[in-house]
Design a protein around this ligand. Structure first.
Ligand code: BMA
Length: 330
């Protein structure tokens, strides 16, 4: 048995693994949990993030509007399954140059010390990583963008590592980025980021072709007694376009740019109708994970076909055993 290091959260959503499944991750039986019309003006609600908050849960949701403008909205839930999402997007306070909005999408959320931090893909003369904090999910203060454009998928670690805030991200381009590896960066103050280290990249050839085009970090890394569990997305280019699946890696606890283990097989990919059909077909895109230290349970929130939001389950042992069973040799 391996251990998650963190809060005991017996109230996270959970369903037992169905009998006769070979997959280390299994879907919530009533997926999708958030439909595309969850708020009056939404075209789609997907790639969204949640955290424990005041005995229940809070989240930041990517809602593309009916004019197909991409923005992020706060929401609340008692059970992590049924969500009430605000009808208006988050309004940020901060330096007027920085809070100017081009677009915002694919949020991640994490509590570090006394507050909740949100990172997202922020349009500032191209995509980069926006960072903001809130105490109450009502007022939000935006900090400086972490990096120069172009970058996507900025994901904070849930605590400082060697006295520094830490983030994994994926340098990119202005478009749909036909490349992408994961890098690690640190900051003393969440403003100045540096000491950039390469973590891991795509896999050429047919060893692990589902992650041959680009990869990017998904949920906030999960601290375990074996290292940081990183659930990430991997992309293959097919004759019908990109297909997004989920993978898992284990990173060194003090030097997280060092990869201890990584799965050759994907842990979940588009299979159901709501994952294979939508505005962008064949996308499963994880942005959050709730964990329970007591049981090792993990509830993954993921965008489905860029249209709706799904929930899936696994455990720390399932993921570690799967990496051992199907290892990607360095
Ligand atoms: C990526 C991001 C995600 C999206 C995915 C599939 O580049 O834009 O928001 O889910 O493409 O379209």
């Amino acid at each position: 048995m391996s251990k998650i290091i963190g809060e005991q959260l017996s109230n996270i959503p959970w369903q037992e693994k169905p009998a006769n499944t070979n997959s280390p991750v299994w879907r919530y039986s009533a997926n999708p949990i958030i439909n595309r019309d969850a708020i009056p003006n939404s075209n789609s609600v997907f790639n969204s993030a949640v955290v424990p908050f005041e005995g229940g849960f809070a989240g930041v949701f990517r809602c593309d509007s009916k004019s197909v403008s991409m923005d992020i909205f706060a929401g609340f839930s008692d059970d992590g399954v049924n969500w009430k999402i605000n009808h208006e997007p988050i309004v940020f306070e901060g330096d007027e140059e920085i809070i100017k909005r081009e677009y915002r999408y694919d949020p991640r959320v994490i509590k570090i010390e006394d507050r909740y931090y949100i990172t997202w893909c922020n349009g500032y003369h191209g995509p980069t990583i926006g960072i903001a904090y809130t105490f109450d999910f009502k007022t939000f203060h935006q900090l400086e963008n972490a990096f120069l454009p172009y970058n996507r998928n900025g994901v904070l670690f849930p605590r400082k590592i060697n006295d520094h805030y830490a983030m994994v991200s994926r340098p990119s381009d202005t478009g749909h980025t036909p490349f992408g590896d994961i890098f690690y960066s640190v900051s003393p103050d969440l403003t100045f980021w540096g000491k950039h280290r390469y973590v891991m990249g795509t896999v050429d050839g047919d060893t692990s072709a589902w992650q041959s085009k680009k990869i990017g970090p998904g949920p906030v890394p999960i601290e375990t007694d074996k290292g940081w569990l990183l659930i990430y997305h991997g992309v293959i280019n097919t004759c019908n376009g990109f297909v997004y699946r989920m993978g898992v890696a284990l990173l060194d606890i003090n030097e997280p740019w060092k990869v201890i283990a990584r799965s050759r097989n994907y842990i979940m990919g588009p299979e159901t109708l709501y994952e294979c059909v939508g505005d962008v077909p064949n996308v499963t895109f994880p942005c959050a994970a709730l964990t329970d230290a007591e049981t090792g349970r993990i509830a993954i929130y993921y965008g489905c076909a860029d249209t709706v939001t799904g929930l899936a389950f696994t455990t720390v042992d399932e993921l570690l055993e799967y990496m051992e069973k199907f290892p990607l040799e360095a």
